[in-house]
Design a protein around this ligand. Structure first.
Ligand code: NAD
Length: 336
């Protein structure tokens, strides 16, 4: 029988994880939770997901015409594993419930690294999560960094990574975040948390990072400078990246994040999601023995396939990470 997956928190990440899990043949969505009867609750109902709500909200949802399957506690009881996609720092308050019900749990990158003993990336440390009860799938930026640093370290050895991250101010549907017209140094105190977060997955990597927020909603942009232990050429790095399952080499006249999203639309991808790291092919260069390149990260979607792989590892459905990655990629249309 299929692994029973519950989605607690059905926002930007939760709705995408639900749709990705629903595409798998070894797992199924048994329900999603909503706290308010808004348009996302409406589309969840249209897609046929069972909707659960906090116990004290069931009546108000019913008054609005929803069929409610039960309380959030009922959903957790019915699940083998829950993917917590509540807003950052909210997920921690659900931990006691998951522990009480003996349900495995995945949290997202907005939670502190201490929430789970294992931080996860499909390529870099899948095996650590085999059979695990609690895992944190790292943030969109950390996921994007791991996907390029891991293969470079395997092939050439990484001496030191320096990255500057230009972060999107808010997601497209977000009407509260900003800035509207500024580049905000965030944090102003260096380094930013992104570098140390990579070390939760690859502790031996020497990395430092700086970050700012920009008035854009499409994607994050990483400016990378990497010292490698062994010499390589730009062409070798381009070829290495092209072989990785979740890196897309961006070319064909694209030199902006807006064009990548337009490309995603033209490809007919769901919600124009670009699940892969988008490495600007022409930017990859080696100068004075150091590697430089730009990559864009679609914050709303790059962690989604990692959540599917994390479920597969934790439920011991597949021991080989490359096989899980391939299965997830094929089902979602990643790499096409
Ligand atoms: P979001 O605000 O879009 O969605 C969160 C959802 O959870 C909302 O629907 C909200 O109503 C609901 N919710 C709030 N409190 C709840 C509770 N107590 N129980 C159940 N549901 C509750 O947030 P998001 O962007 O999807 O982020 C979720 C997590 O994923 C965070 O840890 C975030 O840091 C991380 N993440 C976000 C992005 C991104 O760019 N959006 C990327 C990677 C990781």
């Amino acid at each position: 029988s299929k692994v029973k997956v519950a989605i607690n928190g059905y926002g930007t990440i939760g709705k995408r994880v639900a749709d990705a899990v629903a595409l798998q043949d070894d797992m199924e969505i048994i329900g999603i939770s909503k706290t308010r009867p808004n348009f996302e609750a409406k589309t969840a109902a249209m897609k046929g997901y069972d909707i659960y709500t906090p116990a004290d909200k069931i009546d108000s949802f019913k008054k609005d015409g929803y069929t409610i399957a039960g309380s959030v506690e009922d959903m957790i009881k019915a699940a083998d594993i829950v993917v917590d996609c509540t807003p950052g720092k909210v997920g921690v308050s659900n931990k006691a419930l998951y522990e009480k019900e003996g349900v495995k749990a995945i949290w997202q990158g907005g939670e502190s690294k201490d929430i789970a003993p294992i931080s996860f990336n499909s390529e870099a440390n899948y095996a650590d999560a085999l059979g695990a009860d609690y895992v944190r799938v790292v943030s969109c930026n950390t996921t994007g960094l791991c996907r390029v640093i891991y293969p470079l370290d395997q092939k050439y050895g990484v001496e030191k990574v320096r990255v500057t991250i230009v972060r999107r101010g808010g997601d497209p549907g977000d009407i509260k975040s900003g800035p509207i017209d500024a580049l905000v140094l965030d944090p102003i105190k260096l380094p930013s948390h992104h570098g140390p977060d990579v070390k939760t997955i690859m502790p031996h990597i020497n990395i430092t990072s700086a970050a700012m927020k920009a008035p854009t909603s499409f994607m994050h942009l990483h400016v990378l400078n990497i010292q490698l232990k062994n010499e390589c050429t730009a062409d070798e790095v381009k070829n290495l990246f092209a072989t990785r399952p979740r890196i897309q080499m961006i070319a064909d006249g694209i030199s902006a994040t807006a064009q990548i999203i337009e490309y995603g639309r033209d490809l007919g991808r769901p919600r124009n999601d670009m699940w892969e790291n988008c490495v600007f092919k022409e930017s990859v260069s080696v100068d004075d023995g150091e590697l430089y390149f730009f990559q864009a990260i679609h914050q709303e979607s790059d962690v989604i396939p990692e959540n599917v792989d994390a479920i597969r590892a934790m439920m011991s459905l597949e021991k080989d990470n490359l096989k899980s990655i391939e299965k997830t990629n094929k089902s979602m249309g990643i790499g096409i």
